[in-house]
Design a binder for this molecule. Sequence first.
Ligand code: ZN
Length: 300
Amino acid sequence: MHLFHEMMFFGSFVILLFAILTLVLYKIKYWGQKELRDKYNFASKYEIKYHQTMHILIAVAIGMHLNSLKPELIHDGGIVHEDGFILFFIRLAITIIAGTIYGYIASLILKFYYPTRLSRKLKRLRYTPRINPKTGNKMQLLSEDEEDVYLDEGQRAEEDAFSIDYDVWIDQATGDTTVEKYSGHLTALKCDRCNFMTLKMEREELIKESTEFEEGELIQHYKCTYCNRIKRQSKTIAKIGTSVKVPDRPQFVNPLSDHSVEAVKIEIHGSNGKVKDYQFQNTHEASKLLEEFDFNKVDD
Ligand SMILES: [Zn+2]
């Protein structure tokens, strides 16, 4: 019995030490992430999990420590009192309840209060202006509409259908861009009824697939884990192929009949910044050029 109390007493400090180490380990790993984007993805995935582990360990430590208190009620120099065993089990029950209450309160805080705090931190990580490593210039974040041009077809499809978010940062001076990938599924949204960050997407339902000619439709089903609010949101999926910025072969449909045209001027702007201009006497010549045109073929 003497040994039991000693184990509970010292054990509680060992477990508490592990709890602190859990938090320290998280901080080390977090600061080890090089880019802000990596910090964001790491924090959104692991911050709450590490805190959960830490609080479970603290709850165990509290329970163990309480079990080491008042040993004189139970035994005297290793000899257990008459009602010592009953008191032992009463104390054990009380400490289990105390540990559980601590764990329960901690889990409520982590579930309902902490996400709001985490989300503020994540926003800061995500929207702090990036620096162009080549020039040292501050870059600008493009809006959802502007960024599409810099994403390939696959990335746009991901954005539309699978809730993966891409952020595109541009250096206005040089035109350099960086694309950052974020997993949209990980973060819950703010519930518009209870205001907690607990609105989570449960599933996505494909209503209509997009084709070359028509936009598709997708319904996202959300549920609040706090107040159980159900929310549906409809999203359109871009037409297949519309994300291609520069068609390999520009389509040229002649909107004019040839005899009303005196001259055709064509200015072609490449994504590489090159500009070429041409002049023709009729649309037929002009359309022939467009059919043949390739930036790789023209010399500077
Ligand atoms: Zn809610």
